[in-house]
Write a protein that binds this ligand. Structure first.
Ligand code: HEM
Length: 504
């Protein structure tokens, strides 16, 4: 394209954004004049506010949370009205709302621009998520031994125990371990060990997030053009994935033809589940591969972040290590690492949960698209097409809920459990309005039982097998990296591992 065409396009785009901002202002004045508003107002308020928010100049979500706790407030966002819900009562309203009023899938569809980045209508029937609800969570006990074995082999291959301290890139290693273990449940061996296939899962997710961010900022009528310009990466990666998945599907279909539907040795994984349970129209290799990648997108990134952050915390606060080992060692000596034995490791559970609390939750969590006008218990109404969010990060850093909220207190939840003699309420998997890591209500993450078991198995294995420390001996934790509204672990820092000093 010539430079004059680019200039014309840029002028057209800016005019559109300005016009949209003026329309937003009209909507605010006619429908939302009684709702608290945080950030710039006036004709170009939503445009200015959106850029301030995205460029990190202003943190309207935290500002509003501090000034208007317990209330609903609006933040400036172009193209959709966004409202932040705070305080117990309003969060309860969201939790109790039906899916046809406030929709998680509607907000994922918009946030991930799935019509352009995945497959139109993929979230009209997200049957692939049902595998996590129906199969993975229910079978977790039965599948635990093979998961534990995969964790142990993954660590021994990717972090071979050495007598001297050896440095490993924390994020890359954490991601590789989680991808491999999760793919064991999704496609089984040998594909779960295939470096190219695991890399594809990672590349695909990365391409999705970046494409979705840009397409999301584009006016609707330009979206197909912008998406197709950026999109080249996604189909290329999808094709690479299909090359791995197609022969596996073929092999399983042949076995089914020869030995019948429940052929001996039939793997109990997401691929088999999709081949059997997907609607007939979605039985092509392409459709199956998209669902595999989409489920992995939901699973591996947050799980890898959680593992990497917990390892950083272990290395930054080594004073916890003796007490954690004192808890784990007798349990493992008696029974080994089993599903039952990790359930008894409540100090380890507390340590990981504290890491999740402090490092996770995101500024914009529990997003819901308003599909039908919705009136909160305080009388405020949000109208169809708007978006509501909670702010897990602010909740997790609120002294009303957590004394010294910015401090890492690894046994915070273990002490509460002991004091109240309540083995359930403070566990990592228990959700509620003050712990939003996994959302809340009927859509609370169904993968949390798996992820809690995996993280505990991984950390218990690390504590039993290795000594860990920060690469720099200055005790300073590698700083998080923020991607729009969510913190992520430092991607470049390394951790040092060696074979545990007194390990034979
Ligand atoms: C530490 C790791 C994880 C975190 C922090 C996390 C967090 C979340 C959150 C915040 C939600 C939305 C809840 C809501 O809005 O109410 C969610 C939903 C979901 N997560 Fe996770 N997740 C993790 C791991 C996983 C894993 C390992 C899987 C799959 C094996 C998974 C599968 C899902 C699915 C399928 C949904 C959609 C739920 C639905 O359809 O109602 N997640 N997760």
């Amino acid at each position: 394209m010539s430079s004059s065409t680019w200039l014309t396009l840029a002028v057209a785009l800016i005019s559109l954004l300005l016009a949209r901002s003026v329309i937003d202002e009209r909507i605010i004045r006619s429908k939302y004049k009684n709702v608290i508003s945080v950030g710039p107002s006036g004709m170009f308020g939503t445009l200015i506010g959106t850029f301030q928010l995205l460029l990190g100049y202003r943190d309207f979500i935290q500002e509003g949370y501090e000034k208007h706790y317990g209330k609903l407030f609006r933040i400036p966002t172009l193209f959709t009205m966004t409202f932040v819900v705070t305080g117990h009562d309003l969060l309860e309203d969201v939790r109790k709302a039906s899916d046809d009023q406030l929709s998680l899938y509607g907000s994922i569809k918009e946030g991930m621009q799935t019509d352009y980045t995945m497959e139109p209508h993929i979230l009209d029937n997200p049957y692939h998520f049902r595998f996590v609800h129906l199969s993975l969570t229910r079978d977790l006990g039965g599948r635990f031994p093979e998961l534990r074995e995969e964790v142990i082999t993954a660590f021994s291959e990717l972090v071979p125990p050495t007598d001297d301290w050896t440095s490993f890139p924390a994020w890359l290693t954490g991601k590789s371990i989680v991808l491999r273990v999760t793919n064991k449940l999704f496609v089984g061996p040998p594909l779960c060990h295939d470096l190219d296939y695991n890399d594809i899962n990672d590349t695909y997710s990365d391409a999705l997030v970046k494409t979705a961010l840009i397409v999301g900022l584009t006016p609707d009528f330009l979206k197909p053009i912008v998406a197709s310009t950026l999109y080249f990466y996604i189909p290329k990666t999808l094709k690479r994935a299909m090359k791995h998945v197609a022969p596996l599907v073929q092999e399983r279909l042949e076995k089914e033809r020869t030995f019948g539907k429940d052929w001996p040795g039939k793997p109990n994984d997401l691929l088999s589940w999709l081949m059997e349970k997907a609607p007939e129209s979605d039985k092509s290799v392409r459709a199956i591969t998209i669902r595999l990648l989409a489920t992995m997108f939901a699973a591996y990134r947050p799980a890898s972040m959680a593992l990497t952050q917990a390892l950083f915390d272990l290395a930054t606060y080594p004073s916890y290590i003796p007490e954690l080992r004192a808890e784990i060692e007798p349990i493992v000596k008696e029974k080994g690492i089993t599903k039952e034995s990790i359930n008894k490791m409540y100090k380890l559970d507390s340590f990981i949960k504290e890491s999740l609390r402090l490092r996770g939750g995101g500024k914009s969590s529990m997003p819901r698209k308003v599909l039908k006008d919705f009136t909160f218990s305080d009388g405020n109404t949000v109208y169809t097409g708007s978006t509501i969010i909670a702010t897990g990060y602010a909740i997790h850093h609120d002294a009303r809920h957590y004394p010294d909220p910015d401090e890492f207190d690894g046994f915070r939840f273990a002490r509460l459990r002991e004091a109240e003699n309540d083995p359930v309420r403070y566990q990592m998997v228990s959700v509620g309005p003050t712990y939003m890591m996994f959302g809340n209500g009927r859509h609370a993450c169904p993968g949390r039982f798996l992820v809690s078991a995996l993280l505990k198995t991984m950390l218990a294995h690390v504590l039993m097998t290795y000594d860990v420390k920060l690469e720099q001996d200055d005790g300073v934790r590698p700083p998080d990296k923020w991607f729009t509204f969510a913190p992520a672990p430092n991607e470049t820092a390394s951790l040092m591992f060696r074979k545990r000093a007194n390990l034979a």
